[in-house]
Design a protein. Sequence first.
Length: 306
Amino acid sequence: MSSVSVTSYRALSRVDMAALRTGMDSLIDAALSAGGRIDAVGGYARPVATSTAIALFGLPSVPPADVAAMTRVVFQYTFLDIPSRRAVVRRGEQGGALLRRWLGEEIDRRAAAGVPGVDLMGQLMQDGQLDREGVRRALGGMLVGAIDTTATAVAKILKVMGRDRALQDQAARAAHDGDNDALSGWCWEALRRWPQTSLLSRVAAADTVLAGLKIPGGARLVLLTEAAMNDPGAFPDPGRSLPDRQPGSYLHFGGGLHPCGGRSVNAFQIPSLVGGLLRRGPFTAGRIRWAGPFPDVLPITWEGGR
Ligand code: HEM
């Protein structure tokens, strides 16, 4: 793991997650206070994840809609549509320039005031291992992956639960009982049926043998995580949804030396977003409208229009 990753994860472990969660819970309550229908992506998961990211990364003065738009174009450019289309490149570069400016200005402002703060930006500044440019890069790299990933995972979980009423009812019971472990288990099982990430890639660092297959050093590997999460060797009876599987066996957030840097946030944010909707009562999930590779709109309607 690189020293930037080690420093970032150390700083992340010092952030007050309970405070972050309290802020997120009140946003969830506010978003769900209106009528019997909601857009679970554009009117719920995406704005809540954006506010969590703003609080975590430390960009209080940037309008949330701008942060959400920026992360989307930079994420698409960086990870999903590798410079194939001119419009994706243009938007990605514009977004990257904004991200650089917003983070740079906030870091400079805090440094000048001598008040680094207690969010991730502040923890990285206090840690002292990275200079201002290093702090900016570390934050930018993490922030870009924080919003549409969360909204996509929530949308997919809701669609799976919308199609499987028994699964939805069991998850709803866990949500009503305040059983967070079981609620998370149902969420990870629903996501196993339609993962947010279905493959990962790696480069072999050295010659090795995997399950009898010789892999030369330098080989590019595509790891089919969706298939792996349906392997009976690791997920006994893989066709059944079982909420008490070992959390460590899922590959939703990658694994090995480079797992997702947002795992500690994902662990509560995704189940909390799904749980908020489940507690309102049985729902129907409509059609997802996509914006390129990202779910953009997902109508959720509660029975009886509650
Ligand atoms: C607060 C939210 C999040 C943050 C800050 C975050 C941050 C990151 C970072 C920094 C990495 C790169 C890790 C590395 O290369 O060392 C990463 C990788 C990854 N993230 Fe996230 N992420 C977030 C949310 C999510 C969500 C919601 C999902 C899926 C549902 C997800 C799935 C992944 C996956 C699959 C990888 C690749 C891991 C691998 O290659 O093994 N992330 N994330």
